[in-house]
Design a protein around this ligand. Structure first.
Ligand code: SAH
Ligand code: SF4
Ligand code: F3S
Length: 488
């Protein structure tokens, strides 16, 4: 018999019963109970919007729910429960969620037993009004209470009607254990939550709260356990600003990376996302010395104009940023860089926009994510006049993407005839042909044909030679297959 009391992201209401799992020794049958309530096998459909943090949270939610006898379904029609994990970063992300929430209404009509919950960044700030507005919603919850999801599900099945929980976890320590629900050798590991930066355009500090880091010793033990017992070979350390990891505990990201280096069996370490202001010289040096750190760094710049950066409250200048890229490339000559760009931020002149193109030319990014500025309520920029027309924003984005495409095409051509080791992530149908795909150490995608159609290469380490390229991906051919452990 096992009982579980979730800790970490959300404090439990102690009046609620613990979850108890009993396995019948004779039949092997599992019974899950909370108090007197028995949880039969049920299916949950989870729709996730937004960043890797949100996807990781969904995985955590699913892990808790599976303790309560839920399993994942890809088909919303057969679900007993539908959960949305929402994103508020841009208006478009909001709209996608609202339109899907509307569509779920008819499912509830045909199946009144269906439960519908909404979590994530929209729910953190809007949970209460969502509940008021949409009568087919059973519960709403914020980003800092996901470890109490089973309590919410219990309350829903116990008959409690339409509630919302969006409290912040104010406990001293941010302490969790990573939960993995998939069979892949890759795991996301949350090392810091929240963001203290308050970039003027950004909603995240309001949806994810204040920065709090896990203790280094806890993260190292967590990852050691994942490697030893769950077959993990690659980890991505997650946070909105991982560069300020550990400030609250007198520790640093560079120290954490050096400690992780010593874990036998851990092959590849990635981290995301970085804020340029907090990239220390110590961290740059680790990019040079580490044997396991990915040779890819995502370093969002947002704009190539100092004046725009000031209005965005980004705390660095273009000169400082480019100096940082130079230092990184000196420390690790093979490093591959990517970034985020916002065009059409309030007051952006043609000259300021042009400066962003100049920066792209100088920085030579391997890839970029680019967006038009989207006004978010509650942020400081919401009080500035959003004076660039939709058309100008759209035109600037299209032009910038085309400009960057030219840069990327040339970079990719430089990969021709080189060999790269990839971890195979899956396959897809490309023009009627089955092709596998893998990601290099430096995060570049390469597609390739198997040796025969029945060959299963999932999660194999494979060396590939690049045979043709576009601005966004490469086609390669197999040089050597190593199997599921990274070769020494
Ligand atoms: N914490 C990360 C990522 C934040 S969200 C960071 O600081 O880099 C991911 C990206 O979304 C940001 O880098 C930014 O480019 C974009 N973004 C954030 N708020 C936005 C807004 N209001 N409008 C348009 N893009 C936005
Ligand atoms: Fe948003 Fe800035 Fe924090 Fe990134 S660093 S999450 S852009 S406030
Ligand atoms: Fe979106 Fe929240 Fe991530 S707003 S980008 S899901 S932190």
């Amino acid at each position: 018999m096992t009982t579980t009391t979730p800790t970490g992201l959300g404090l439990r209401d102690s009046s609620l019963p613990n979850q108890i799992t009993e396995i019948d020794q004779k039949t092997g049958q599992k019974t899950v109970k909370m108090g007197e309530m028995i949880f039969p096998p049920r299916k949950v459909w989870i729709k996730t919007f937004g960043c890797q943090m949100n996807y990781h949270d969904s995985e955590r939610i699913l892990s808790h729910l599976s303790d309560l006898n839920f399993s994942l379904t890809e088909n919303e029609e057969e679900a007993d429960m539908i959960l949305f994990n929402t994103c508020a970063i841009r208006d478009l992300s909001n709209q996608k969620f609202y339109s899907q929430l509307g569509q779920v209404k008819h499912l509830k009509k045909s199946n009144p037993q269906l439960k519908v919950g909404v979590g994530g960044c929209v729910s953190q700030t809007e949970g209460k009004s969502l509940i008021k507005k949409y009568d087919h919603l059973d519960f709403a919850f914020g980003t800092d209470v996901i470890d109490t999801i089973n309590d919410m599900v219990y309350r829903t099945y116990a008959g409690e009607k339409r509630f919302s929980i969006n409290s912040w976890d104010r406990s001293q320590n941010f302490s969790i254990e990573t939960k993995v629900t998939h069979g892949s050798p890759q795991a996301f590991v949350n090392i810091i939550k929240g963001c203290n930066k308050y970039c003027t355009y950004c909603i995240v500090p309001y949806t994810r709260g204040k920065e709090r880091s896990r203790k280094k010793a806890e993260v190292v033990e967590d990852i050691r356990r994942l490697v030893e017992y769950q077959g993990i070979q690659e980890v991505t350390l997650l946070g909105q600003n991982v560069n300020s990891y550990g400030h609250d505990n007198g520790e640093t990201l560079a120290e954490l990376l050096m400690d992780l280096e010593n874990i036998n069996g851990l092959e590849l370490i990635r981290y995301t996302t970085s804020h340029p202001y907090d990239v220390s010289d110590e961290l740059v040096a680790v990019h040079g010395s580490s044997k396991k750190l990915s040779k890819h760094l995502h370093l969002p710049v947002q704009s190539g104009s100092d004046e725009v950066l000031k209005r965005m409250h980004r705390e660095y200048s273009v000169e400082h940023y480019l100096g940082l890229l130079e230092k990184l490339r000196k420390a690790q000559p093979e490093i591959v860089l990517s970034t985020d760009i916002i065009v059409g931020f309030v007051g952006e002149t043609d000259e300021e926009y042009q400066m962003t193109l100049d920066l792209l030319e100088k920085a030579q990014y391997d890839s970029i994510y680019s967006y038009v500025y989207s006004k978010r309520e509650k942020t400081r920029a919401a009080n500035m006049v959003d004076d660039i027309s939709k058309e100008v924003k759209g035109e600037r984005l299209r032009h910038l993407q085309k400009f960057q495409q030219g840069i990327q095409e040339k970079i990719r051509q430089g990969m021709l005839e080189n060999s790269y080791r990839v971890l195979v992530e899956g396959f897809g149908n490309m023009g009627g042909v089955k092709k596998w795909k893998g990601r290099t150490n430096c995060n570049r995608l390469i597609h390739f044909l198997p040796e025969n159609n029945d060959q299963d290469l999932q999660w194999n380490w494979v060396d590939l030679k690049v045979k043709s390229t576009t601005a966004f991906s490469c086609q390669g051919e197999i040089v050597k297959i190593y199997g599921k452990r990274m070769p020494r």
